[in-house]
Design a protein around this ligand. Structure first.
Ligand SMILES: NC(=O)c1ccc[n+]([C@@H]2O[C@H](COP(=O)([O-])OP(=O)(O)OC[C@H]3O[C@@H](n4cnc5c(N)ncnc54)[C@H](OP(=O)(O)O)[C@@H]3O)[C@@H](O)[C@H]2O)c1
Length: 328
């Protein structure tokens, strides 16, 4: 029998400093489940919201933040045949991965190639899963089209650059500093816009030319949404991914009429529940591309569980390029 395990616990909604690192009994793999030793748990922007009680999902207390992880299977419950102890896997929980062990439905785990590091794999599911679903299933992005990624150095934004290139698009990366834009170029962006120092509409007018831009991927919202929609081509598609800037933008609908364009919502988490098979197939593609070096899954920094407040602070302060990972 295993002893206790370390877990970051959120016992009430509040700030990251109010999270507690505790010893709790480890879970046991029930029927159809695998017990996984978490080697890396990745944080996302929404972890800053979920602990504050301002996210769309409000888990029962106490819960651990971190939606996704990678690790090694320790044991499996009754009826599990395709996953075995010792397998290297990654998975998605929604929340609960900032701890040493998790028990997960074995069907939800994705096996990892030997040459993909657990730290990189931990952060692949949410950002790349959301983005491939957004670009391919929602936007039907075609080779040769122009894709604009806002917040392009963040977790989802970097995924948009890299998956946009894999899908054959020309990618314009938009971010708030020259350092972030250099990072975007290093990861494949064809052109860049500093929306803190340049007018987004003017810059996209120049880069999009007379045609305009075909697809906008927007995880930021706020004041960038309207100029981005105004920059769309005839029958362009604007993807509503998130609102990291805090404000949920309102748009004049005449713009949608005048361009015969589409505003398309992206709710990846709900899609994974509606179409679990499609999600698994999509993740297998992503893992393969990552192992082939087509996706970087760039890790900005790795923190021990005890430093989760610093890790979440870096995300909230807009300092992160790529992903933040916890090492339990
Ligand atoms: N729809 C879905 O299914 C889905 C799935 C996953 C995530 N999301 C959402 O997508 C958004 C981005 O997530 P992420 O993990 O990519 O976040 P992230 O890594 O923190 O990146 C967010 C980017 O937003 C920009 N930003 C602008 N104003 C900001 C502010 N006030 N605070 C923080 N960042 C700000 C920053 O870039 P600049 O400094 O360059 O502006 C930052 O790089 C979140 O709202 C998240 O909830 C949605």
């Amino acid at each position: 029998m295993m002893g206790g395990m370390k877990a970051v616990l959120c016992t009430h909604f509040g700030t990251a400093n109010e999270l507690e690192l505790k010893d709790i009994p480890p879970p046991v793999a029930g029927p159809g489940e695998a017990l996984v030793r978490v080697k890396a748990a990745a944080l996302n922007f929404f972890d800053t919201l979920i602990i504050a009680g301002t996210y769309q999902q409000k888990p029962p207390f106490p819960f651990s933040p971190a939606a996704e992880f990678a690790g090694i299977v320790e044991s499996v419950g009754a009826g599990v045949t395709d996953i075995a102890p010792g397998d290297r896997v990654m998975g998605y929980l929604g929340w609960g991965a900032a701890r040493e062990y998790v028990a997960v439905a074995a069907q939800q785990l994705v096996k990892l190639p030997a040459d993909l590091s657990l730290e990189h794999a931990a952060g692949l599911t949410v950002t790349y899963g959301t983005t491939l679903y957004a670009l391919r299933e929602r936007a039907a992005l075609k080779p040769g089209e122009t894709l604009v990624a806002l917040g392009a150095s963040g977790g989802t934004g970097l995924a948009a650059i890299e998956l946009g290139k894999v899908l054959g698009a020309r990618v314009i990366a938009c971010a708030s500093s020259d350092e972030k834009l250099a990072f975007a170029r290093d990861h494949g962006a064809d052109a860049v816009v500093n929306y803190a120092s340049e007018d987004l509409r003017d810059a996209l007018k120049k880069l999009g030319g007379e045609h305009g831009v075909d697809v906008v991927y927007d995880p930021v919202g706020g004041r960038y949404a309207e100029p981005a929609v105004r920059s769309l081509a005839w029958q362009g598609r604007y993807l509503v991914v998130g609102f990291a800037a805090g404000d949920i933008p309102k748009l004049p609908l005449n713009l949608v009429l005048l361009k015969s364009c589409d505003i398309r919502g992206v709710f990846w988490g709900a899609w994974t529940k509606r179409e679990p098979r499609a999600q698994r197939a999509l993740m297998t593609e992503i893992v393969t591309w990552c192992a082939q070096g087509k996706l970087s899954a760039h890790v900005h920094a790795v923190y021990p569980l005890a430093e989760i407040a610093t890790a979440l602070g870096a995300i909230a302060d807009r300092k992160v390029m790529g992903k933040i990972v916890l090492r339990p």
